[in-house]
Design a protein around this ligand. Sequence first.
Ligand code: ZN
Length: 86
Amino acid sequence: MPFCESCDRFYTPSTLTPEGDCPQGHHVADPEDAGQFIQSTAPPREEDRAAKVPWHFWVLLVAVVIYLGYRAIQMTGWLIHWLGTR
Ligand SMILES: [Zn+2]
């Protein structure tokens, strides 16, 4: 967390300029350090999420589809029975 001694407060990395200055213009961090915490080298989150879906997600999805299918069949049978008793 970058701290500005002149302002006597902490700043989030995104509020600092790329030069490492606080919004009041004081120098807080070195540009190399500022670049390190302002610009992430990690790829954008959406790209990452689309690229790899964990295998257990598909296992869970298949399990849910099978379970809901079973419940749907069960409910249809129950509905036919209920209609027959009327
Ligand atoms: Zn400042």
